[in-house]
Design a protein around this ligand. Structure first.
Ligand code: E4P
Length: 227
C-alpha cells in the first residue's frame, strides 16, 4: 500500500517525508509550474529530500509516442534514483507506454477516467494507473466506483498493474478508495496530514497531561523525570 505526495513544493515534501510514512512524490505540469522554478533543479532537489529509493513520478508533455519516449530518456538521464514516467492515456501515450516497457522504463498511466482506459494501459505495460477520483466526481461520475471496477478487472484478469488513485479534495475520498481496493493514493500534503486530524485527539492528549501533572507536578513534564 502506498502513500505518495502530490506536490512539488520542496518544503512541504521535506516536512511530510520527515513525519509521515511516505513512499514517493508525484508531479504533473501544473504542479511543477506552480513552484515557479526551473524544472530539473526542482526535481533534483525533491530527489535529494526523499532519497534515491523512493519513487519520483514525472509527467511528459510531448504528444507523439516517439517524442514521449525522448522525454522519458531525458528525465531518466538527468534525475537519479527511482523514476516513473507519467504518460497520459491518449492513443500516442499507449504506444509510448508499450515502447518504454520494452526498454524497461517504468510508467504510470495518468488521466485515467474509465476502467477500460486503465485496462488498456495495464495491458500495454504500465506499472501503475492513476484514476482521477475528484475530477470524475466533478463530471457527475463516481470516482470511487471507477477505482473499484479497475481493481476488480486487474485482479480477475491477473494484470500486474497497481492503482495509484489520484485527484482528491477530501479525506473521505481517500478512505473510500482504500476501501475499494486501491493499492495506494497520491494526494496533496494537506490531505495526507488530514488523515490523522481529529479534534478529539488534542482534547484527549490535554486531559491525559493535565491529570498527570496534577499528580506529579512539574516533574511530570516528562516520564523520564517521573519516579
Ligand atoms: C496526479 O497524478 C494527478 O496529476 C493529480 O492528482 C491531479 O489532481 P487534481 O485533480 O487535484 O489536479
Amino acid at each position: 500500500m502506498q502513500i505518495v505526495i502530490d506536490s512539488a513544493n520542496v518544503e512541504s515534501i521535506r516536512s511530510l517525508n520527515e513525519y509521515f510514512p511516505i513512499d514517493g512524490v508525484t508531479t504533473n505540469p501544473s504542479i511543477i509550474v506552480k513552484e515557479k522554478r526551473d524544472f530539473l533543479p526542482l526535481l533534483r532537489e525533491i530527489r535529494a529530500v526523499i532519497g534515491n529509493e523512493k519513487d519520483l513520478f514525472v509527467q511528459v508533455i510531448a504528444e507523439k509516442a516517439e517524442d514521449i519516449v525522448k522525454e522519458a530518456h531525458y528525465i531518466c538521464n538527468e534525475v537519479t534514483g527511482s523514476i516513473l514516467i507519467k504518460v497520459p492515456v491518449t492513443t500516442e501515450g499507449i504506444k509510448a507506454i508499450k515502447l518504454l516497457k520494452e526498454e524497461g522504463i517504468r510508467t504510470l498511466a495518468t488521466t485515467v477516467y474509465t476502467p477500460m482506459s486503465a485496462l488498456i494501459a495495464a495491458k500495454a505495460g504500465a506499472e501503475y494507473v492513476a484514476p482521477y477520483v475528484n475530477r470524475i466526481d466533478n463530471l457527475t461520475g463516481n470516482g470511487v466506483e471507477v477505482v473499484s471496477n479497475i481493481t476488480r478487472i486487474f485482479s480477475e484478469h491477473n494484470l500486474p498493474c497497481k492503482v495509484l488513485a489520484a485527484s482528491f479534495k477530501n479525506v473521505q475520498q481517500l478512505q473510500n478508495v482504500f476501501l475499494s481496493g486501491a493499492h495506494g493514493i497520491t494526494a496533496p500534503p494537506e490531505l495526507i496530514k488530514g488523515m490523522i486530524t481529529h479534534p478529539s485527539v488534542e482534547i484527549d492528549v490535554n486531559q491525559f497531561k493535565e491529570e498527570w501533572l496534577n499528580q506529579f507536578g512539574n516533574e511530570g513534564h516528562t516520564l523520564l523525570s517521573t519516579q
